[in-house]
Write a protein that binds this ligand. Structure first.
Ligand code: FAD
Ligand code: NAP
Length: 506
């Protein structure tokens, strides 16, 4: 059905509601993405009655449609392409064939498969979670208890606003030219294989999409006003990690212009370049056939400000308390709509928090600390403090690091593990980087950072462990049973130091 809606064979709203029950809804969720769907499912599980409305013909929202899922496909493609190019003509690797590395092929591959995930989420929500929903229809709020959708009005004790966010397009001359894309339009509209690209922005989207474009043979320039990966929107980024990641991107041929600001997108019928002011004040024209915007997201909040008068901050994000309550009684807001961090865990747990409070629990959600990640050609993961932050906070800090400071990476093929074994024996300096930071007095782990592959899972649990009141000590790390050879060498490395009364770096 979703395929048929997409091509226009089917039209109109999809109703999956219980017409026989006239019990008032406990909550109407406007938006059925990560926040809306998880909140709805939780509220239903608690015995409440929910209605979820989405303008798309499926539940699940932007993550599986245009954001996280294609980003992961592209990042995996980047890793495969980079490895194939690095080892081209060696061992069993054929000579790398640039003509077969295509951005368009990957976009089309994603588009041809994404509806399966969407269909699964509709099925799961209906058959396994018992949710009521209306899809393929926009919701209009009438007041804080009433929503109009597909010509019908529905009432609820509470509203949960969950309409997500959209890319901030800079106000630049030429920004409307064909050839300017963001993460959403590249999926929907790309119809050629770009050969050269300028990316504006210096955070996750810029690094992830830029790394993919470059790996697919599209010469990529990143224009970033802050140092790459040192944007305010990313916290706890360790400087050594950042430098390893950025150097790797440069080594793979990307041009990274820090302290640079775009002035105009150039072109008559379509994009032919970008004019930028560089850090030294000079102005350059950078030729390209694609411009890609990685300039952040802004909340889709204007309708709620207009109709309900919900309070928003200077970026338009809806202001909520730690129960997800807005300034309007009985109106909650969740997910990207309430601002940073714009991550799935936060959107889903915000939805659940709203549901729990609506169902009578006094539940708060604090998302000031969380594990984080991004992809270059590597998976980069971190949680807790950077080394600089740790040294500012604690008197005695020790660092367990691989490779250790002062040892040339070319001389030591570590940290090698999943995804870097082939590199360890060919290009040791490409095996990644990792460090664990301890407060030497309490012996507790206060920050941990990894560049490589396959460590994301362990970082979820590390985040949980280090943020418990009792924390996680080097001695407890040393007690763990490692599945050697593994991406985080932290357990066995901690064991080498844990015997000492006075800890020292390694
Ligand atoms: C390129 C990119 C990659 C990302 N990768 C990751 C990742 O790897 N991991 C991660 O954790 N996070 C990632 N994120 C962030 C993540 O996608 C978001 O934080 C998450 O999707 C937010 O969920 P949400 O429910 O708030 O919004 P959404 O999932 O966007 O849901 C909002 C829903 O509201 C609907 N809607 C809007 N207006 C209306 C209306 N008037 N009526 C009815 N329905 C409406 C929309 O159709 C949509 O389904 C990425 C973001 C981007 C941009
Ligand atoms: N988990 C994941 O892997 C993942 C992946 C992708 C996206 N996401 C989420 O999706 C959201 C969007 O990501 P993002 O990378 O686009 O945004 P972001 O983290 O908000 O970063 C925005 C970037 O755009 C720059 N910028 C903003 N306004 C600008 C201007 N007027 N001129 C020049 N540069 C400007 C910022 O520079 P300054 O630093 O100088 O302000 C920053 O580098 C984020 O919240 C992110 O967490 C998550």
């Amino acid at each position: 059905m979703i395929d048929r809606f997409e091509v226009g064979d089917l039209q109109g709203p999809i109703f999956n509601i219980d017409e026989d029950t006239d019990v008032e809804y406990d909550a109407i969720f406007i938006g059925g993405g990560a926040g809306g769907r998880f909140g709805s499912a939780y509220l239903k599980a608690r015995g409440g009655r929910q209605l979820t409305i989405d303008r798309w013909p499926f539940l699940g929202g932007s993550c599986p449609h245009q954001a996280c899922v294609p980003h992961h496909l592209f990042s995996e493609a980047a890793r495969e392409l980079d490895l194939a190019r690095t080892l081209s003509g060696q061992l069993f690797y054929p000579e790398f064939d640039e003509s077969r590395a295509s951005i368009l092929d990957l976009v089309n591959l994603f588009k041809s498969g994404r509806n399966s995930a969407h269909a699964f989420m509709n099925w799961q929500s209906k058959e396994q979670l018992g949710m009521e929903y209306i899809l393929n229809a926009s919701a209009t709020v009438i007041d804080s208890h009433t929503v109009e959708v597909a010509g019908r009005r529905f009432t609820a004790k509470n509203l949960v606003l969950a309409t997500g966010s959209s890319t901030v397009l800079l106000d630049l001359p030429g920004i409307d030219l064909p050839g300017v894309f963001d993460y959403a339009t590249i999926i929907e509209d790309l119809d050629y294989d770009p050969k050269s690209c300028v990316i504006i922005g210096g955070s996750k989207v810029a690094i992830e999409y830029g790394s993919f474009f470059q790996a697919a043979g599209c010469q990529t320039t990143i224009l970033t006003r802050s140092p790459l990966m040192a944007t305010k929107s990313l916290h706890h980024v360790d400087e050594d990690v950042r430098q390893y990641v950025v150097k790797g991107m440069r080594d793979r041929g990307m041009s990274i212009l820090e302290g640079a600001q775009p002035i105009a997108v150039i072109g008559t019928d379509r994009v032919t370049g970008v004019t930028a002011r560089l850090a030294d004040g000079s102005t350059v024209d950078i030729p390209c056939d694609m411009v890609f915007m990685g300039t952040g997201e802004r909340a889709n909040s204007s309708h709620f400000v207009e109709v309900l008068g919900v309070e928003v901050d200077d970026r338009g994000s809806v202001i909520v308390d730690d129960h997800m309550r807005t300034s309007v009684p009985n109106v909650y807001a969740v997910g990207d709509l309430i601002g940073a961090p714009m991550e799935m865990f936060k959107a889903r747990k915000c939805g659940v928090t709203a549901a729990r409070n609506i169902m009578g629990e006094d539940h708060s959600f604090d998302f000031t600390e969380y594990p984080d990640f991004l992809h270059s050609t590597y998976e980069v993961t971190w949680v807790g403090l950077s080394e600089v932050e740790a040294r500012a906070k604690f008197d005695e800090v020790i660092v367990i690091q691989m490779p250790p400071p002062g040892v040339p990476h070319g001389d030591i093929p570590l940290p090698c593990a999943e995804g870097t074994m082939m590199l360890a024996f060919t290009y040791p300096e490409k095996t990644g980087f990792q460090k664990a930071i301890f407060d030497a007095k309490s012996r507790k782990l206060v920050g941990i950072h990894h560049v490589g592959f396959g460590a994301k899972d362990s970082f979820q649990y590390l985040d949980y462990l280090i943020h418990r009141t009792e924390g996680l000590s080097i001695d407890q790390l040393a007690e763990m049973n490692e599945l050697f050879l593994n991406s985080g060498h932290f357990i066995q490395l901690s064991r080498l130091r844990a015997g000492a009364m006075e800890l020292s770096s390694l």
